[in-house]
Design a protein around this ligand. Structure first.
Ligand code: GDP
Length: 521
C-alpha cells in the first residue's frame, strides 16, 4: 500500500517549444538526478544526452522516442514518462498517455493554447486523466494571466483553478506567489542551478521592499480577485479531471517550478485501477499484471535490441519470475529488466504499480500486450486514429525481401506507423501523422534490417474502421468498394476513402454502416 501510494506516474506534454524539455530537466534538478541543467546553449545535445536513443534523432536534434525518468522527492517516487517533442510522433505521445495517472500540460504564456495542446487535452479527456497546467515563459512579454485562464477554460473545455500567481511578467517578472501553500518564496533567477530563496510575508512591508510597491499592491489585488472568482481548490474535482490546477512560472529561470513540483506530488493521484476488457484491475491486487505501451529499438546502436516498456498495473513485478504473455499464450521470464534514471539505466529486482520496467525484447512484444501471473485478461490500449498521410511502401531490393518483411512487421508491432493491406492488390499502405515517420521507417529498415524501401504515392483522404449490425449490407459494401478495402494489422476491416465526397456518398448509400475514424468504438 505504502509503495503504491507514494508513486506519481505522469507525463509532461506540450505543443512543441512551449518548454516541456526545460521543465522536465528542472524537475530532474530538484529531484537531485542532475546537478546542472545544460539548457542555455546546447539544447540539441542536451536532448540527446538524456532521453534520445536513435541515431536519427541525434542528427536532427529532436526527441523521437519515449523514455522514463525516475527519482525520489520528499518521500514520493516520481516517474516521468517523456514524450517525443516533434508533432509527427504524436501517436507515441497518445500511447504514453495510456500509461500515466496524470499529466502536466505546458503552455507558452505568449502563445496560449496551441493546436497540439488542444489535441492532447482531448486524449486526456478520453481517459479522464487529471491534468495540471503550467503556464511557462512568464519572463517574456506574454498575455494577461486572467485572459490566459479564460482561454484555457474556453479552448480546453475544463474548469481551471490557479494555485500559483505571477508577480508581474516580462522583464519585470519577480516570481510567483504560492497560492496552494499561501506563501511567497523569492528566488534569484538562475538558469542552471537551484538558488537560495527568501520567504516573504505578503502582508508585510517587506514585500513592497522586495518587489516594489506597485507590484506588491497588484499582487494583493490579483489574489483577492482570484479567490473571489474561482471556487476553492478541491482535490477530488482535480482527480476526477473536472478542474485543472494552473501554475505560472519560467522553467528556464527556475521560477515557479518548485511550487509546481511540491504541490504536484501532494495532489496528483497515485496509481489508479486499470481497465481490462474483462474487469477493472486494482493496483492493490496481490498478483502482478502489466501491459506494454511502448517499444523502443536501438538503445545500443551496435546491437539490434529492443526494449518494451511495461507499466505495472497490480501486484509486484519480480525479476526472473514466470509471467504469462497473454497474446502468445507463453510463459516468459526476464533476467535483466531495467529501470531508468536520468542518464543511466540499471537492473531492477522488483517494481510496484505505477512503475515502468524496461523488458529486453527480441520481437515477442507488440504494443498493447498484457502480462499476468496466469489470469487471462487483456488491457486495452489507446485506439488508433485515422492517419493523415498515406503512401505505398515497396521493397526496393528483391534480394532482401525476407529482411524487408521482418523489418516492416517489427516496426509496425512497435507502433512506428500504421499499416493497411489493400485486399484488392495486396499492396501495403503506410499511414502516418507526419512526413518524419516515413523517414524513420526508411532509415530504420536500412540500418537495423539491412533492407531498402521505396515510397509510392497513393491518394487517400481517411482510413475508416467500419461496422454494421446488417451483415448483408456490410458484405454488399465490401463488394462494391473492393478496390478500397484493406485490413489493419489486427485484421480489422478498413475502408480507405479517397475523398471527403466519396466518404459522404458512402455514408448516404449505406445507412446501416458506421464509419469510424478511430479503431475502437
Ligand atoms: P519543448 O519543445 O516543449 O521541449 O521546449 P523546450 O524545453 O526545448 O524549450 C523551447 C525553447 O524555449 C528553448 O529555446 C528554451 O530555452 C526556451 N524556454 C523554455 N522555458 C523558457 C522560459 O521559461 N523562458 C524563456 N524565455 N524561454 C524558455
Amino acid at each position: 500500500m505504502t509503495e503504491i501510494e507514494r508513486r506519481r506516474t505522469f507525463a509532461i506534454i506540450s505543443h512543441p517549444d512551449a518548454g516541456k524539455t526545460t521543465l522536465t530537466e528542472k524537475f530532474l534538478l530538484f529531484g537531485g538526478q542532475i546537478q546542472v541543467a545544460g539548457a542555455v546553449k546546447n539544447n540539441k545535445i542536451k536532448k540527446t544526452a538524456t532521453s534520445d536513443w536513435m541515431d536519427i534523432e541525434k542528427q536532427r536534434g529532436i526527441s523521437v522516442s519515449t523514455s522514463v525518468m525516475e527519482f525520489d522527492y520528499n518521500g514520493y517516487k516520481v516517474n516521468i514518462l517523456d514524450t517525443p517533442g516533434h508533432q509527427d510522433f504524436a501517436e507515441d505521445t497518445y500511447r504514453t498517455l495510456t500509461a500515466v495517472d496524470s499529466a502536466i500540460i505546458v503552455v507558452d504564456s505568449a502563445k496560449g493554447v496551441e493546436a497540439q495542446t488542444r489535441k492532447l487535452m482531448e486524449v486526456c479527456r478520453m481517459r479522464n486523466t487529471p491534468v495540471i497546467i503550467f503556464i511557462n515563459k512568464m519572463d517574456r512579454e506574454g498575455r494577461d494571466p486572467f485572459d490566459l485562464l479564460d482561454e484555457l477554460e474556453e479552448e480546453l473545455n475544463i474548469h481551471v483553478r490557479p494555485l500559483s500567481w505571477p508577480i508581474n511578467q516580462g522583464q519585470r517578472f519577480k516570481g510567483v506567489y504560492n497560492i496552494y501553500e499561501q506563501k511567497l518564496n523569492l528566488f534569484t533567477p538562475n538558469k542552471q542551478r537551484v538558488t537560495e530563496k527568501v520567504e516573504i510575508d505578503i502582508n508585510s512591508n517587506n514585500l513592497d521592499e522586495q518587489v516594489g510597491a506597485e507590484n506588491a499592491s497588484q499582487l494583493r489585488d490579483d489574489l483577492e480577485l482570484v479567490n473571489g472568482v474561482y471556487p476553492e481548490f478541491d482535490i477530488e474535482s482535480y482527480r476526477n479531471a473536472e478542474v485543472a490546477p494552473v501554475f505560472f512560472g519560467s522553467a528556464l529561470n527556475n521560477f515557479g517550478v518548485q511550487e509546481l513540483l511540491d504541490c504536484f506530488v501532494q495532489i496528483a493521484p497515485s496509481p489508479k485501477p486499470t481497465k481490462a476488457e474483462e474487469r477493472m484491475v486494482e493496483p492493490t491486487e496481490p498478483k502482478f499484471t502489466g501491459f506494454i505501451f511502448k517499444i523502443t529499438a536501438n538503445i545500443d546502436p551496435n546491437h539490434r535490441s529492443c526494449i518494451a516498456f511495461c507499466k505495472v498495473c497490480s501486484g509486484k513485478f519480480v525479476r526472473n519470475a514466470p509471467y504469462h504473455h497473454i497474446r502468445l499464450d507463453k510463459t516468459v521470464r526476464f533476467s535483466s529488466p531495467t529501470q531508468f534514471m536520468a542518464q543511466r539505466k540499471s537492473t531492477v529486482d522488483e517494481a510496484y504499480p505505477g512503475d515502468i520496467v524496461g523488458l529486453p525484447d527480441n520481437g515477442i512484444f507488440k504494443i498493447g500486450d498484457t502480462l499476468t501471473e496466469g489470469e487471462n485478461i487483456h488491457f486495452r490500449g489507446l485506439p488508433s486514429f485515422s492517419p493523415l498521410l498515406f503512401k505505398y511502401i515497396e521493397n526496393d531490393d528483391p534480394m532482401k525481401s525476407k529482411q524487408f518483411q521482418k523489418g516492416i512487421e517489427q516496426l509496425m508491432n512497435e507502433g512506428v506507423a500504421q499499416m493497411f493491406v489493400n485486399q484488392f492488390n495486396n499492396r501495403r499502405i503506410i499511414g502516418t501523422v507526419g512526413q518524419l515517420q516515413f523517414e524513420v521507417i526508411q532509415y530504420r529498415l536500412e540500418h537495423e534490417y539491412n533492407a531498402k524501401c521505396r515510397w509510392e504515392p497513393v491518394h487517400l483522404h481517411k482510413a475508416c474502421w467500419i461496422e454494421s449490425d446488417d451483415e448483408q449490407e456490410l458484405e454488399n459494401f465490401k463488394k462494391r468498394k473492393y478496390q478500397y478495402m484493406a485490413k489493419d494489422i489486427e485484421g480489422r476491416d478498413v475502408f480507405l476513402a479517397d475523398s471527403g465526397y466519396v466518404l459522404s456518398m458512402a455514408e448516404q448509400d449505406f445507412k446501416h454502416i458506421k464509419f469510424h475514424f478511430t479503431s475502437e468504438f
